[in-house]
Design a protein around this ligand. Structure first.
Ligand SMILES: Nc1ncnc2c1ncn2[C@@H]1O[C@H](COP(=O)(O)OP(=O)(O)OP(=O)(O)O)[C@@H](O)[C@H]1O
Ligand SMILES: [Mg+2]
Length: 275
């Protein structure tokens, strides 16, 4: 657990003590390095949810992908349901999906990484109804399996908050449960976030999912008592704080990655120089 008094400083990397034997070895290609830990490819997957819409899930998901990809891991993002897409050169594009694609290094057809690419920027069940589409679980699960087969790490970004309806009896929490992935909760730090976060944690735990950790992302740069809010959350959330992302002037995957430490996550590949 990091020192909560460290506010906007990047999380310090562990001291670079490299055994002499390792220094003598020729450097491996990044991808081989990621696989060399015990002879097996590293496997990592997570489901990123948040306390609300527009609070930093895509930023954090792409930061995780950036860390994986820059450590030589074959990493792919998935935005299974995207509401808000525009035609660019004959193809539908969604900002979140594009940012995840840019941060990962495994590129699959958009029909796999975003099986439901909906045009209307609205609640997904409404956006889907406008197109005469019903969002179902099976195509998402099948697409996820394809992504897993093509990658060593998959980061799935949820939609909005944790319980967003997809159809009359299927919502984003059901999807998280069906995928059965460790969940990373992004808390958008602003007034009211404590209750949103704790309710979300309850809902995650109630579904038997593992809450792998949470990230405090600065949604409101003018929030008062942000540090005290983080401390209140840290006391009550039964999972590690993985980082605190300040308001970034340029909110890129690489910039946000500086503030997140994932080394303790289950299955996190221990690539040299990465945490
Ligand atoms: N720490 C930050 N510093 C600067 N800008 C940020 C930060 N976090 C988020 N933003 C910006 O706020 C907006 C919303 O962030 P993001 O798209 O990651 O949210 P989201 O939770 O994924 O939203 P959605 O529910 O639409 O998927 C984006 O424009 C993003 O660049
Ligand atoms: Mg998003």
């Amino acid at each position: 657990m990091k020192n909560l008094n460290e506010t906007d400083d990047p999380i310090a990397a562990p001291p670079a003590v490299v055994p002499q034997a390792e220094l003598d070895e020729p450097a491996l290609e990044p991808e081989l390095e990621a696989r060399a830990i015990d002879g097996l490819p590293s496997r990592f997957a997570c489901f990123v949810t948040g306390t609300d819409t527009e609070i930093g899930k895509t930023l954090v998901s792409s930061a995780i992908l950036h860390k994986l990809a820059s450590g030589g891991v074959r990493a792919c993002g998935m935005k299974p349901v995207a509401a808000g897409a525009e035609l660019v050169e004959g193809e539908l594009h969604n900002d979140d999906a594009d940012m995840l694609i840019a941060a990962g290094n495994v590129h699959l057809p958009a029909s796999i990484t975003t099986p439901y690419m909906l045009r209307e920027p609205a609640a997904p069940h409404i956006a889907a109804a406008l197109e005469g589409v019903t969002i179902e679980s099976a195509p998402i699960i099948a697409a996820f399996a394809e992504i897993q087969a093509a990658s060593d790490a998959v980061v799935v970004e949820g939609v909005g908050g944790f319980r967003v309806p997809f159809n009359d009896d299927f919502d984003s929490a059901d999807l998280a449960a069906q995928l059965n992935l460790p969940v990373i909760l992004v808390v958008g730090m602003r007034l009211g976030c404590i209750s949103h976060a704790l309710l979300t944690v309850e809902a995650i735990v109630a579904r038997g999912l593992v809450l792998a950790g949470w990230v405090a992302n600065t949604a409101d740069p003018n929030m008062r008592f942000a540090q005290e809010n983080i401390e209140a959350l840290a006391q009550r959330i039964p999972a590690p704080l993985l980082g605190r992302v300040p308001r970034l002037q340029t909110p890129t995957a690489a910039a946000a990655a500086e503030f997140i430490d994932l080394a303790g996550l289950p299955g996190w590949p221990s690539t040299r120089g990465q945490s």
